[in-house]
Write a protein that binds this ligand. Sequence first.
Ligand code: MSP
Length: 514
Amino acid sequence: MNSRFYITTPIYYPNGEPHLGSVYTTVICDVVARFHRLQGRETFFLTGTDEHGTKMEKAAAEAGVPPLELATRYADLFRAVWAELGISNDDFIRTTEPRHKQAVTRIFQRLVDQGDIYLGSYEGWYDEGQEEFVTETEAKLNEFKSKISGKPLSRYSEPSYFFRLSRFVAPIIEHIEKNPTFVIPTGRRNEVLSKLRAGVDDLSVSRTALSWGIPLPNDPKHVVYVWIDALTNYITALGYQSDDASRFEAFWPADVHVIGKDILWFHTVYWPAMLLSLGIELPKTVAAHGWWVRGGMKAGKSTGGITTLAEIRELVAKYDLDSLRYHLLRAAPFGADLEWSVEEFEKSFNELANVLGNCLNRTLKMIGKYRGGVLGPVSHAPSELDQSLMAAIDRLPSALAEAYEKLELQQAVMLPIELARQTNGYIDATAPFSLAKDPAKAAQLDTVLHLSVQAIYRALVSLIPVLPAKALEGIRQLGVDPASFGKDPAKLWEQLPLGHKVREGSPLFPRIEK
Ligand code: MSP
Protein backbone atom coordinates (compact mmCIF):
# COMPACT_ATOMS: atom_id res chain seq x y z
CA MET A 1 0.00 0.00 0.00
CA ASN A 2 1.25 3.44 -0.94
CA SER A 3 1.99 5.42 2.20
CA ARG A 4 0.41 8.57 0.78
CA PHE A 5 -3.19 9.23 -0.09
CA TYR A 6 -4.67 12.09 -2.09
CA ILE A 7 -8.42 12.68 -2.28
CA THR A 8 -10.40 15.54 -3.80
CA THR A 9 -13.93 16.91 -3.95
CA PRO A 10 -15.09 18.77 -7.05
CA ILE A 11 -14.59 22.48 -6.67
CA TYR A 12 -17.99 24.00 -6.02
CA TYR A 13 -19.47 27.07 -7.70
CA PRO A 14 -19.53 29.79 -5.06
CA ASN A 15 -22.76 31.27 -6.38
CA GLY A 16 -24.92 30.20 -3.48
CA GLU A 17 -24.80 28.44 -0.15
CA PRO A 18 -23.49 24.92 0.29
CA HIS A 19 -26.39 22.46 0.42
CA LEU A 20 -26.99 18.77 0.90
CA GLY A 21 -25.36 17.93 -2.47
CA SER A 22 -22.06 19.65 -1.73
CA VAL A 23 -22.18 18.56 1.91
CA TYR A 24 -22.66 14.96 0.75
CA THR A 25 -19.59 14.89 -1.51
CA THR A 26 -17.49 16.68 1.07
CA VAL A 27 -18.50 14.41 3.95
CA ILE A 28 -17.76 11.32 1.83
CA CYS A 29 -14.25 12.64 1.16
CA ASP A 30 -13.79 13.59 4.79
CA VAL A 31 -14.70 10.12 6.06
CA VAL A 32 -12.39 8.45 3.54
CA ALA A 33 -9.55 10.89 4.28
CA ARG A 34 -9.94 10.31 8.01
CA PHE A 35 -9.85 6.56 7.51
CA HIS A 36 -6.58 6.72 5.59
CA ARG A 37 -5.03 9.13 8.09
CA LEU A 38 -6.01 6.76 10.86
CA GLN A 39 -4.32 3.95 8.98
CA GLY A 40 -1.14 5.96 9.11
CA ARG A 41 -1.08 7.20 5.52
CA GLU A 42 0.11 10.72 4.85
CA THR A 43 -3.11 12.14 3.50
CA PHE A 44 -3.94 15.21 1.48
CA PHE A 45 -7.58 16.18 1.18
CA LEU A 46 -8.41 19.00 -1.20
CA THR A 47 -11.57 20.98 -1.76
CA GLY A 48 -12.28 24.46 -3.06
CA THR A 49 -14.33 26.72 -5.30
CA ASP A 50 -14.68 27.11 -9.07
CA GLU A 51 -15.00 30.84 -9.55
CA HIS A 52 -14.75 31.72 -13.25
CA GLY A 53 -17.20 31.39 -16.12
CA THR A 54 -20.62 32.44 -17.30
CA LYS A 55 -22.42 30.94 -14.38
CA MET A 56 -20.54 33.06 -11.86
CA GLU A 57 -20.65 36.12 -14.09
CA LYS A 58 -24.42 35.85 -14.41
CA ALA A 59 -25.02 35.21 -10.73
CA ALA A 60 -22.88 38.24 -9.89
CA ALA A 61 -24.80 40.42 -12.34
CA GLU A 62 -28.05 39.28 -10.75
CA ALA A 63 -26.71 40.07 -7.30
CA GLY A 64 -25.43 43.44 -8.57
CA VAL A 65 -21.86 42.85 -7.44
CA PRO A 66 -18.58 42.16 -9.27
CA PRO A 67 -17.96 38.41 -9.82
CA LEU A 68 -14.98 38.31 -7.48
CA GLU A 69 -17.01 39.83 -4.69
CA LEU A 70 -19.73 37.22 -5.07
CA ALA A 71 -17.13 34.47 -5.26
CA THR A 72 -15.38 35.69 -2.13
CA ARG A 73 -18.63 35.95 -0.23
CA TYR A 74 -19.55 32.34 -0.93
CA ALA A 75 -16.02 30.90 -0.89
CA ASP A 76 -15.75 32.28 2.65
CA LEU A 77 -19.08 30.70 3.49
CA PHE A 78 -18.00 27.32 2.06
CA ARG A 79 -14.83 27.49 4.13
CA ALA A 80 -16.75 28.40 7.28
CA VAL A 81 -19.34 25.67 6.74
CA TRP A 82 -16.66 23.03 6.24
CA ALA A 83 -15.05 24.12 9.49
CA GLU A 84 -18.44 24.06 11.20
CA LEU A 85 -19.05 20.52 9.92
CA GLY A 86 -15.63 19.37 11.10
CA ILE A 87 -14.33 18.74 7.59
CA SER A 88 -10.62 17.92 7.75
CA ASN A 89 -9.50 19.29 4.38
CA ASP A 90 -5.80 20.12 4.11
CA ASP A 91 -6.23 22.87 1.55
CA PHE A 92 -8.96 24.96 -0.04
CA ILE A 93 -8.27 26.23 -3.51
CA ARG A 94 -10.03 29.14 -5.18
CA THR A 95 -9.57 29.34 -8.93
CA THR A 96 -9.19 33.11 -8.68
CA GLU A 97 -6.08 32.78 -6.56
CA PRO A 98 -2.79 33.80 -8.22
CA ARG A 99 -1.30 30.35 -7.56
CA HIS A 100 -4.03 28.78 -9.69
CA LYS A 101 -4.20 31.41 -12.43
CA GLN A 102 -0.48 31.42 -12.95
CA ALA A 103 -0.30 27.64 -13.19
CA VAL A 104 -3.28 27.47 -15.57
CA THR A 105 -1.59 29.97 -17.87
CA ARG A 106 1.52 27.79 -17.93
CA ILE A 107 -0.50 24.63 -18.41
CA PHE A 108 -2.35 26.16 -21.35
CA GLN A 109 0.94 27.19 -22.93
CA ARG A 110 2.21 23.64 -22.53
CA LEU A 111 -0.87 22.30 -24.31
CA VAL A 112 -0.17 24.79 -27.10
CA ASP A 113 3.49 23.70 -27.21
CA GLN A 114 2.38 20.09 -27.48
CA GLY A 115 0.47 21.00 -30.65
CA ASP A 116 -2.81 20.03 -29.02
CA ILE A 117 -4.48 23.45 -29.33
CA TYR A 118 -5.70 25.03 -32.60
CA LEU A 119 -7.89 27.97 -33.54
CA GLY A 120 -11.28 27.19 -35.02
CA SER A 121 -14.77 28.46 -34.86
CA TYR A 122 -17.32 27.18 -32.51
CA GLU A 123 -20.93 27.00 -33.45
CA GLY A 124 -23.44 25.02 -31.58
CA TRP A 125 -25.50 24.52 -28.52
CA TYR A 126 -24.58 25.41 -25.01
CA ASP A 127 -26.08 24.34 -21.70
CA GLU A 128 -25.67 27.37 -19.48
CA GLY A 129 -26.57 25.54 -16.30
CA GLN A 130 -23.92 22.90 -16.91
CA GLU A 131 -21.46 25.27 -18.65
CA GLU A 132 -21.21 22.64 -21.30
CA PHE A 133 -21.34 22.62 -25.09
CA VAL A 134 -23.82 20.08 -26.34
CA THR A 135 -23.44 18.22 -29.65
CA GLU A 136 -26.08 18.61 -32.35
CA THR A 137 -27.20 15.00 -31.92
CA GLU A 138 -27.51 15.29 -28.18
CA ALA A 139 -29.27 18.64 -28.44
CA LYS A 140 -31.80 17.17 -30.87
CA LEU A 141 -32.31 14.12 -28.71
CA ASN A 142 -33.32 16.30 -25.79
CA GLU A 143 -35.45 18.67 -27.91
CA PHE A 144 -32.79 21.40 -27.53
CA LYS A 145 -33.26 21.46 -23.80
CA SER A 146 -30.78 20.75 -21.00
CA LYS A 147 -30.65 17.10 -20.04
CA ILE A 148 -30.08 18.16 -16.47
CA SER A 149 -32.25 21.19 -15.82
CA GLY A 150 -34.73 20.93 -18.72
CA LYS A 151 -34.07 24.59 -19.60
CA PRO A 152 -33.69 25.57 -23.30
CA LEU A 153 -30.14 25.41 -24.73
CA SER A 154 -28.53 28.58 -26.13
CA ARG A 155 -27.05 28.97 -29.64
CA TYR A 156 -23.47 30.20 -29.98
CA SER A 157 -21.04 31.01 -32.77
CA GLU A 158 -17.58 32.41 -32.08
CA PRO A 159 -13.88 31.95 -32.75
CA SER A 160 -12.53 29.48 -30.28
CA TYR A 161 -9.41 27.51 -29.56
CA PHE A 162 -9.87 23.79 -29.60
CA PHE A 163 -8.11 21.04 -27.75
CA ARG A 164 -7.41 17.91 -29.79
CA LEU A 165 -9.51 15.69 -27.60
CA SER A 166 -10.10 13.25 -30.46
CA ARG A 167 -6.38 12.36 -30.38
CA PHE A 168 -6.76 10.90 -26.91
CA VAL A 169 -9.93 8.87 -27.33
CA ALA A 170 -8.16 5.60 -28.15
CA PRO A 171 -5.63 5.83 -25.30
CA ILE A 172 -8.39 6.73 -22.84
CA ILE A 173 -10.54 3.79 -23.93
CA GLU A 174 -7.52 1.56 -23.52
CA HIS A 175 -6.77 2.98 -20.09
CA ILE A 176 -10.33 2.46 -18.87
CA GLU A 177 -10.37 -1.08 -20.26
CA LYS A 178 -7.08 -1.97 -18.60
CA ASN A 179 -7.94 -0.38 -15.25
CA PRO A 180 -11.28 -1.65 -13.98
CA THR A 181 -11.21 0.71 -11.00
CA PHE A 182 -10.34 3.85 -12.95
CA VAL A 183 -14.04 4.69 -13.11
CA ILE A 184 -16.35 3.42 -10.42
CA PRO A 185 -19.06 2.23 -10.00
CA THR A 186 -18.89 -0.17 -12.97
CA GLY A 187 -22.17 1.08 -14.42
CA ARG A 188 -20.62 4.51 -14.86
CA ARG A 189 -17.52 2.98 -16.41
CA ASN A 190 -19.63 1.27 -19.06
CA GLU A 191 -21.51 4.49 -19.69
CA VAL A 192 -18.28 6.39 -20.36
CA LEU A 193 -16.88 3.61 -22.53
CA SER A 194 -19.90 3.45 -24.79
CA LYS A 195 -20.04 7.22 -25.16
CA LEU A 196 -16.33 7.27 -26.02
CA ARG A 197 -16.75 4.51 -28.58
CA ALA A 198 -19.51 6.51 -30.26
CA GLY A 199 -16.87 9.13 -31.14
CA VAL A 200 -15.81 12.40 -29.60
CA ASP A 201 -15.28 15.85 -31.13
CA ASP A 202 -12.41 18.14 -30.27
CA LEU A 203 -13.11 20.36 -27.33
CA SER A 204 -13.69 24.08 -27.41
CA VAL A 205 -11.46 25.45 -24.67
CA SER A 206 -11.63 29.22 -25.00
CA ARG A 207 -14.22 31.93 -25.19
CA THR A 208 -14.18 35.49 -26.43
CA ALA A 209 -17.70 36.35 -25.35
CA LEU A 210 -16.70 35.93 -21.75
CA SER A 211 -14.40 38.20 -19.82
CA TRP A 212 -14.56 36.57 -16.39
CA GLY A 213 -11.77 34.05 -16.76
CA ILE A 214 -8.06 33.50 -17.21
CA PRO A 215 -6.72 35.09 -20.46
CA LEU A 216 -4.99 32.72 -22.89
CA PRO A 217 -1.22 33.19 -22.88
CA ASN A 218 -1.10 33.01 -26.67
CA ASP A 219 -4.18 35.15 -27.41
CA PRO A 220 -5.48 37.22 -24.48
CA LYS A 221 -8.74 38.16 -26.25
CA HIS A 222 -9.81 34.68 -25.26
CA VAL A 223 -10.26 33.37 -21.78
CA VAL A 224 -9.75 29.76 -20.77
CA TYR A 225 -13.03 27.90 -20.99
CA VAL A 226 -14.16 26.72 -17.62
CA TRP A 227 -13.36 22.99 -17.69
CA ILE A 228 -9.62 23.43 -18.24
CA ASP A 229 -9.61 26.11 -15.60
CA ALA A 230 -11.59 23.98 -13.15
CA LEU A 231 -10.12 20.50 -13.59
CA THR A 232 -6.54 21.66 -13.28
CA ASN A 233 -7.21 22.71 -9.67
CA TYR A 234 -6.35 19.16 -8.68
CA ILE A 235 -2.73 19.76 -9.66
CA THR A 236 -2.34 23.51 -9.28
CA ALA A 237 -3.26 23.16 -5.59
CA LEU A 238 -0.31 20.78 -5.25
CA GLY A 239 2.02 23.34 -6.75
CA TYR A 240 2.28 21.92 -10.26
CA GLN A 241 3.97 24.54 -12.48
CA SER A 242 4.89 26.63 -9.45
CA ASP A 243 8.23 27.30 -7.80
CA ASP A 244 7.57 24.56 -5.28
CA ALA A 245 6.17 21.39 -6.80
CA SER A 246 7.14 19.15 -3.89
CA ARG A 247 3.56 18.40 -2.95
CA PHE A 248 2.78 17.53 -6.53
CA GLU A 249 5.74 15.17 -6.59
CA ALA A 250 4.62 13.60 -3.32
CA PHE A 251 0.87 13.26 -3.82
CA TRP A 252 0.17 12.99 -7.52
CA PRO A 253 -1.45 10.88 -8.96
CA ALA A 254 -4.61 11.37 -6.92
CA ASP A 255 -5.94 8.22 -5.35
CA VAL A 256 -9.49 9.31 -5.90
CA HIS A 257 -11.48 12.18 -7.32
CA VAL A 258 -14.91 11.92 -5.71
CA ILE A 259 -17.53 13.59 -7.91
CA GLY A 260 -21.25 13.65 -8.55
CA LYS A 261 -22.33 11.68 -11.61
CA ASP A 262 -23.24 14.97 -13.34
CA ILE A 263 -19.57 15.69 -13.98
CA LEU A 264 -18.41 12.19 -14.84
CA TRP A 265 -17.59 12.84 -18.50
CA PHE A 266 -15.36 15.81 -17.73
CA HIS A 267 -13.40 13.85 -15.16
CA THR A 268 -13.04 10.64 -17.12
CA VAL A 269 -12.44 12.06 -20.61
CA TYR A 270 -11.43 15.75 -20.67
CA TRP A 271 -9.23 15.51 -17.60
CA PRO A 272 -7.32 12.36 -18.60
CA ALA A 273 -6.87 13.80 -22.12
CA MET A 274 -5.32 16.96 -20.71
CA LEU A 275 -3.08 14.95 -18.43
CA LEU A 276 -1.98 12.73 -21.30
CA SER A 277 -1.13 15.78 -23.36
CA LEU A 278 0.86 17.22 -20.45
CA GLY A 279 2.61 13.89 -19.94
CA ILE A 280 1.25 13.49 -16.41
CA GLU A 281 0.05 10.26 -14.83
CA LEU A 282 -3.71 9.76 -14.64
CA PRO A 283 -5.57 9.71 -11.32
CA LYS A 284 -6.09 6.22 -9.96
CA THR A 285 -9.83 6.40 -9.52
CA VAL A 286 -12.71 8.66 -10.42
CA ALA A 287 -15.61 7.72 -8.18
CA ALA A 288 -19.05 9.03 -9.10
CA HIS A 289 -21.73 9.14 -6.46
CA GLY A 290 -25.44 9.45 -7.13
CA TRP A 291 -27.69 12.45 -6.83
CA TRP A 292 -29.97 13.57 -4.11
CA VAL A 293 -33.20 13.63 -6.06
CA ARG A 294 -36.65 15.00 -5.45
CA GLY A 295 -39.49 13.53 -7.48
CA GLY A 296 -37.00 11.77 -9.77
CA MET A 297 -35.13 15.01 -10.67
CA LYS A 298 -31.70 16.07 -9.43
CA ALA A 299 -32.24 18.35 -6.48
CA GLY A 300 -30.22 21.55 -6.62
CA LYS A 301 -30.02 25.29 -6.33
CA SER A 302 -31.47 25.87 -9.79
CA THR A 303 -33.73 22.82 -10.02
CA GLY A 304 -35.04 23.15 -6.45
CA GLY A 305 -35.92 20.55 -3.84
CA ILE A 306 -32.52 20.46 -2.24
CA THR A 307 -32.10 20.33 1.53
CA THR A 308 -30.68 23.72 2.43
CA LEU A 309 -27.84 24.78 4.68
CA ALA A 310 -30.38 26.14 7.19
CA GLU A 311 -32.14 22.76 7.30
CA ILE A 312 -28.82 20.95 7.71
CA ARG A 313 -27.84 23.26 10.56
CA GLU A 314 -31.18 22.74 12.26
CA LEU A 315 -30.79 18.98 12.06
CA VAL A 316 -27.27 19.06 13.44
CA ALA A 317 -28.39 21.28 16.32
CA LYS A 318 -31.30 18.99 17.15
CA TYR A 319 -29.46 15.68 16.76
CA ASP A 320 -25.72 15.81 16.23
CA LEU A 321 -23.20 16.14 13.44
CA ASP A 322 -21.95 12.56 13.58
CA SER A 323 -25.40 11.10 13.04
CA LEU A 324 -25.75 13.19 9.90
CA ARG A 325 -22.37 11.96 8.64
CA TYR A 326 -23.42 8.39 9.33
CA HIS A 327 -26.74 8.81 7.59
CA LEU A 328 -25.23 10.34 4.45
CA LEU A 329 -23.06 7.27 3.90
CA ARG A 330 -25.56 4.77 5.27
CA ALA A 331 -28.54 5.94 3.23
CA ALA A 332 -27.64 4.18 -0.05
CA PRO A 333 -24.83 2.19 -1.63
CA PHE A 334 -22.21 4.50 -3.12
CA GLY A 335 -23.26 5.47 -6.63
CA ALA A 336 -27.02 5.15 -6.17
CA ASP A 337 -29.39 8.12 -6.13
CA LEU A 338 -30.88 9.13 -2.81
CA GLU A 339 -33.98 10.90 -1.62
CA TRP A 340 -33.80 12.97 1.54
CA SER A 341 -36.35 12.47 4.26
CA VAL A 342 -36.19 13.30 7.95
CA GLU A 343 -37.87 9.93 8.68
CA GLU A 344 -34.99 8.11 6.97
CA PHE A 345 -32.49 10.21 8.86
CA GLU A 346 -34.23 9.33 12.11
CA LYS A 347 -33.98 5.64 11.25
CA SER A 348 -30.22 6.01 10.98
CA PHE A 349 -30.10 7.98 14.22
CA ASN A 350 -32.14 5.30 15.98
CA GLU A 351 -29.87 2.62 14.59
CA LEU A 352 -26.89 4.38 16.15
CA ALA A 353 -28.73 4.84 19.44
CA ASN A 354 -30.31 1.40 19.66
CA VAL A 355 -27.51 -0.71 18.27
CA LEU A 356 -24.22 1.10 18.95
CA GLY A 357 -25.13 3.32 21.90
CA ASN A 358 -27.12 0.60 23.56
CA CYS A 359 -24.38 -2.00 23.12
CA LEU A 360 -21.83 0.31 24.76
CA ASN A 361 -24.18 1.24 27.54
CA ARG A 362 -25.23 -2.24 28.54
CA THR A 363 -21.68 -3.57 28.29
CA LEU A 364 -20.37 -0.83 30.59
CA LYS A 365 -23.24 -1.34 33.01
CA MET A 366 -22.70 -5.09 33.22
CA ILE A 367 -18.96 -5.00 33.69
CA GLY A 368 -19.40 -2.23 36.26
CA LYS A 369 -22.01 -4.15 38.18
CA TYR A 370 -20.50 -7.62 38.05
CA ARG A 371 -16.76 -6.96 37.96
CA GLY A 372 -16.25 -3.44 39.28
CA GLY A 373 -15.43 -2.26 35.74
CA VAL A 374 -12.39 -4.54 35.41
CA LEU A 375 -11.82 -6.75 32.39
CA GLY A 376 -11.48 -10.43 33.23
CA PRO A 377 -10.08 -13.31 31.15
CA VAL A 378 -11.52 -15.80 28.70
CA SER A 379 -10.58 -18.77 30.82
CA HIS A 380 -12.85 -21.55 29.66
CA ALA A 381 -13.30 -23.27 26.33
CA PRO A 382 -15.20 -20.79 24.17
CA SER A 383 -18.67 -21.79 23.00
CA GLU A 384 -19.77 -21.54 19.40
CA LEU A 385 -21.35 -18.17 20.13
CA ASP A 386 -18.14 -16.91 21.74
CA GLN A 387 -16.12 -18.11 18.80
CA SER A 388 -18.36 -16.48 16.28
CA LEU A 389 -18.06 -13.13 18.08
CA MET A 390 -14.28 -13.52 18.36
CA ALA A 391 -14.08 -14.21 14.65
CA ALA A 392 -16.18 -11.13 13.88
CA ILE A 393 -13.89 -8.96 16.04
CA ASP A 394 -10.83 -10.33 14.27
CA ARG A 395 -12.30 -9.88 10.82
CA LEU A 396 -13.39 -6.28 11.15
CA PRO A 397 -10.11 -4.42 10.43
CA SER A 398 -9.44 -6.18 7.14
CA ALA A 399 -13.10 -6.11 6.07
CA LEU A 400 -13.15 -2.39 6.82
CA ALA A 401 -9.95 -1.71 4.89
CA GLU A 402 -11.33 -3.57 1.92
CA ALA A 403 -14.63 -1.67 2.00
CA TYR A 404 -12.78 1.68 2.12
CA GLU A 405 -10.39 0.58 -0.60
CA LYS A 406 -13.31 -0.25 -2.89
CA LEU A 407 -15.25 2.81 -1.74
CA GLU A 408 -18.08 0.57 -0.64
CA LEU A 409 -18.90 3.21 1.90
CA GLN A 410 -22.29 1.98 3.00
CA GLN A 411 -20.53 -1.25 3.93
CA ALA A 412 -17.69 0.64 5.55
CA VAL A 413 -19.99 2.50 7.92
CA MET A 414 -22.27 -0.45 8.61
CA LEU A 415 -19.68 -3.13 9.31
CA PRO A 416 -18.94 -1.79 12.81
CA ILE A 417 -22.67 -1.38 13.47
CA GLU A 418 -23.17 -5.02 12.45
CA LEU A 419 -20.54 -6.02 14.98
CA ALA A 420 -22.41 -4.09 17.67
CA ARG A 421 -25.64 -5.74 16.53
CA GLN A 422 -24.06 -9.16 16.80
CA THR A 423 -22.76 -8.26 20.26
CA ASN A 424 -26.24 -7.25 21.38
CA GLY A 425 -27.55 -10.59 20.13
CA TYR A 426 -24.70 -12.33 21.92
CA ILE A 427 -25.54 -10.60 25.19
CA ASP A 428 -29.21 -11.51 24.79
CA ALA A 429 -28.34 -15.14 24.07
CA THR A 430 -25.76 -15.59 26.83
CA ALA A 431 -27.89 -13.77 29.45
CA PRO A 432 -25.14 -12.41 31.74
CA PHE A 433 -27.67 -11.40 34.38
CA SER A 434 -28.53 -15.07 35.00
CA LEU A 435 -24.89 -16.21 34.71
CA ALA A 436 -24.18 -13.70 37.49
CA LYS A 437 -26.58 -15.49 39.78
CA ASP A 438 -24.61 -18.74 39.63
CA PRO A 439 -21.07 -18.67 41.10
CA ALA A 440 -20.23 -21.83 39.13
CA LYS A 441 -20.65 -19.79 35.94
CA ALA A 442 -18.19 -17.04 36.88
CA ALA A 443 -15.72 -18.00 34.13
CA GLN A 444 -18.49 -17.95 31.56
CA LEU A 445 -19.58 -14.54 32.74
CA ASP A 446 -16.00 -13.29 32.47
CA THR A 447 -15.91 -14.48 28.89
CA VAL A 448 -19.17 -12.79 27.94
CA LEU A 449 -18.06 -9.52 29.50
CA HIS A 450 -14.61 -9.76 28.00
CA LEU A 451 -15.82 -10.37 24.47
CA SER A 452 -18.57 -7.78 24.66
CA VAL A 453 -16.09 -5.11 25.74
CA GLN A 454 -13.58 -6.05 23.04
CA ALA A 455 -16.31 -6.07 20.40
CA ILE A 456 -17.80 -2.68 21.21
CA TYR A 457 -14.31 -1.23 21.53
CA ARG A 458 -13.39 -2.43 18.08
CA ALA A 459 -16.67 -1.20 16.64
CA LEU A 460 -16.04 2.26 18.09
CA VAL A 461 -12.44 2.41 16.85
CA SER A 462 -13.68 1.47 13.38
CA LEU A 463 -16.17 4.30 13.48
CA ILE A 464 -13.67 7.08 14.27
CA PRO A 465 -13.64 8.31 10.64
CA VAL A 466 -17.43 8.41 10.48
CA LEU A 467 -18.31 9.56 13.99
CA PRO A 468 -15.21 11.50 15.03
CA ALA A 469 -16.77 12.92 18.19
CA LYS A 470 -19.09 10.12 19.28
CA ALA A 471 -16.64 7.29 18.66
CA LEU A 472 -13.96 9.01 20.74
CA GLU A 473 -16.48 9.71 23.47
CA GLY A 474 -17.37 6.01 23.56
CA ILE A 475 -13.71 5.02 23.55
CA ARG A 476 -13.11 7.29 26.54
CA GLN A 477 -16.03 5.69 28.35
CA LEU A 478 -14.28 2.39 27.76
CA GLY A 479 -11.35 3.80 29.71
CA VAL A 480 -9.02 4.41 26.77
CA ASP A 481 -7.40 7.76 26.09
CA PRO A 482 -7.47 8.18 22.29
CA ALA A 483 -4.19 10.12 22.57
CA SER A 484 -2.57 6.80 23.47
CA PHE A 485 -3.03 5.62 19.87
CA GLY A 486 -0.19 7.93 18.91
CA LYS A 487 0.86 7.64 15.30
CA ASP A 488 1.10 3.88 15.18
CA PRO A 489 -1.96 2.51 13.38
CA ALA A 490 -1.32 -0.96 14.81
CA LYS A 491 -2.24 0.45 18.25
CA LEU A 492 -5.80 0.98 17.08
CA TRP A 493 -6.41 -2.65 16.56
CA GLU A 494 -4.91 -3.87 19.80
CA GLN A 495 -7.34 -5.51 22.17
CA LEU A 496 -7.82 -4.20 25.68
CA PRO A 497 -5.52 -5.92 28.18
CA LEU A 498 -6.71 -8.06 31.08
CA GLY A 499 -7.26 -5.97 34.17
CA HIS A 500 -8.19 -2.94 32.02
CA LYS A 501 -10.62 -0.69 33.82
CA VAL A 502 -13.55 0.90 32.01
CA ARG A 503 -15.31 4.05 33.15
CA GLU A 504 -18.96 4.76 33.66
CA GLY A 505 -21.04 5.44 30.61
CA SER A 506 -23.71 7.87 29.60
CA PRO A 507 -25.80 7.45 26.43
CA LEU A 508 -23.88 8.39 23.26
CA PHE A 509 -27.07 9.23 21.40
CA PRO A 510 -29.54 10.62 23.93
CA ARG A 511 -33.21 10.36 23.00
CA ILE A 512 -34.53 13.45 21.26
CA GLU A 513 -37.60 15.23 22.62
CA LYS A 514 -40.01 15.66 19.73
N1 MSP B 1 -17.70 23.53 -10.57
C1 MSP B 1 -18.13 22.28 -11.08
C2 MSP B 1 -17.17 21.17 -10.73
C3 MSP B 1 -15.77 21.35 -11.19
S1 MSP B 1 -14.72 20.07 -10.60
C4 MSP B 1 -13.29 20.31 -11.37
C5 MSP B 1 -19.51 21.95 -10.52
N2 MSP B 1 -19.86 22.57 -9.38
S2 MSP B 1 -21.27 22.40 -8.64
O1 MSP B 1 -21.17 23.25 -7.48
O2 MSP B 1 -22.35 22.64 -9.53
O3 MSP B 1 -21.41 20.91 -8.21
C6 MSP B 1 -20.36 20.20 -7.70
C7 MSP B 1 -20.75 18.92 -7.07
O4 MSP B 1 -21.72 19.11 -6.05
C8 MSP B 1 -21.36 17.82 -7.91
O5 MSP B 1 -20.52 17.09 -8.71
C9 MSP B 1 -21.80 16.92 -6.79
O6 MSP B 1 -20.65 16.29 -6.29
C10 MSP B 1 -22.36 17.90 -5.79
N3 MSP B 1 -23.81 18.04 -5.95
C11 MSP B 1 -24.53 19.14 -6.30
N4 MSP B 1 -25.85 18.82 -6.29
C12 MSP B 1 -26.02 17.53 -5.94
C13 MSP B 1 -27.11 16.68 -5.71
N5 MSP B 1 -28.36 17.05 -5.86
N6 MSP B 1 -26.83 15.43 -5.29
C14 MSP B 1 -25.55 14.99 -5.07
N7 MSP B 1 -24.52 15.77 -5.29
C15 MSP B 1 -24.70 17.01 -5.79
O7 MSP B 1 -20.20 21.13 -11.09
